[in-house]
Design a protein around this ligand. Sequence first.
Ligand SMILES: C[S@@+](CC[C@H](N)C(=O)[O-])C[C@H]1O[C@@H](n2cnc3c(N)ncnc32)[C@H](O)[C@@H]1O
Length: 303
Amino acid sequence: MSKELLPTIHIPVLYEEVLKALNLESGKVIVDGTLGGGGHSLAIARAVAPTGLAIGIDRDPYALDRVDARFAELGEELPFKSYFANYCDFDAALERAGVEKVDGFLLDLGLSSDQLADRSRGFSFDSDGDLDLRFDPTEGEPAYALLNRWRVDKIADVIYRYGEEHASRRIAAAIVARRAEKPIKSARDLAEICRRCNPTPPWNKHRIDPATRTFQALRIAVNDELGSLEIFLKKFIEYLNLGGRVAIISFHSLEDRLVKNAFREAPNLDVITRKPIVATDAEIERNPRSRSAKLRVAEKIAE
Ligand SMILES: C[S@@+](CC[C@H](N)C(=O)[O-])C[C@H]1O[C@@H](n2cnc3c(N)ncnc32)[C@H](O)[C@@H]1O
């Protein structure tokens, strides 16, 4: 994809905790299914060098270009391969890499600070860029097209189900009223509607913008985020070596519930984290994004 890319500004969350969870050592093969800015993958590649391999996957082509440029600039011999794919199709990437089984999987779900900062993609509430919200801009439809087409009930259901937003019906009605005058186009269009509809003051005590839940809901729907996670959770164990680890960071309860249940229900997984690992106060201070991160880890103990 040709686009001028700024260096990554993404700070990896639960960095030390993830590296420890994956039991990294030279020679291991680890899949990072959500490469993002490459922060976790760089540490993984260094730890498994020289004989191991870090496989980075992302469905955002700009993220891949940025990481490939970043790693090349380092001038280090890194055992690293990157693939443009949905992480739920990791098996196809493994085949291309010539790998049958791996020693670890990492998923750090959701969006990166690089995506949020790119004002042309609609992730940041006050941008005049199109309300796109796709991780992979080559697949599916942008959010604004869906909002201009879906029936009011469908919009309300999506905002309620994936955003757990109590003002979902009011927001959906306002979207439909607004699009009758002028189609929804930018992120700002949607943020303004949400702020007008939401009963909480514009900046409540947790400083959460009233548009947050609606944007999250649409992003989850546009990218079918829970669908990808469900597919991954059904098949990753088969590709793990005995003693291999899986580490998944989620940012909201819908994802966390899927991960928790899948780990608990798998007879050949030992759940390492009875309770999810969360960020320390110091990390939250340094990187507010880490506030809602939950890391769950499990180990394969039988075929
Ligand atoms: C939170 S960031 C990962 C940050 C990364 N761990 C780091 O240290 O820089 C999440 C990344 O996952 C990607 N992503 C989200 N869903 C995906 C999917 N289903 N398949 C592949 N990549 C996905 C996003 O495009 C984004 O770049």
